[in-house]
Design a protein around this ligand. Structure first.
Ligand code: SF4
Length: 170
């Protein structure tokens, strides 16, 4: 969704957001029900089927040590090519990264996660324009229907779009 700002090639070379420490497993992307159903069975990604828990890939057996700083890659990350998933299976979280939907005092907002090494904490003008020219509203609409992608607000994040969309409680 933001490939005109952040290219696939840049993401494939970095892969920072595709590996997870044990304490960061809550950051794993949430897959759609359709993608989970497809990827849990023998599929075109060269596997007999992947394990999911609450829509997220299971990484329990992916760690080689007890080091809390060890990072395990998402099972769909190819070390050479980056993410192997097509757009139909790729989680919404991954399609909008490094944009995140945050719960800011009970209202949803689209913010830039400063952890992205390619973009950093300051949003480029092109990204701001993309979000304010429609993408932000589409993201907020999706998040209102899929509250599982909403993350807590963190100080220092730049908000690019804030709507009057209350956080759903159910
Ligand atoms: S689904 Fe793809 S983009 Fe998302 S974390 Fe896994 S490898 Fe990375």
């Amino acid at each position: 969704m933001i490939s005109e700002v952040l290219s696939r090639e840049t993401c494939a070379a970095c892969r920072f957001c595709c590996a997870f420490r044990r304490q960061s497993l809550w950051e794993l992307p949430v897959f759609s029900d359709e993608a989970v159903a497809k990827l849990s069975r023998p599929n075109g990604y060269g596997a007999a089927g992947f394990a999911f828990r609450n829509g997220r890939p299971v990484l329990d057996d992916a760690y080689a040590t007890d080091d809390p700083e060890e990072e395990a890659p998402c099972p769909f990350l190819d070390p050479a090519r980056g993410c192997t998933l097509g757009e139909d299976e790729k989680p919404f979280d991954c399609r909008i990264w490094p944009l995140r939907v945050v719960d800011r005092d009970g209202t949803l907002a689209v913010a830039l996660d400063p952890a992205c090494k390619a973009i950093g904490a300051e949003p480029p003008e092109k990204l701001v324009a993309l979000v304010r020219n429609g993408l932000g509203k589409r993201i907020l609409e999706y998040a209102a229907a899929h509250p599982e992608i909403v993350v807590p607000w963190r100080d220092g994040w730049n908000v690019l779009e804030s709507g009057q969309v209350p956080v759903r409680s159910d």
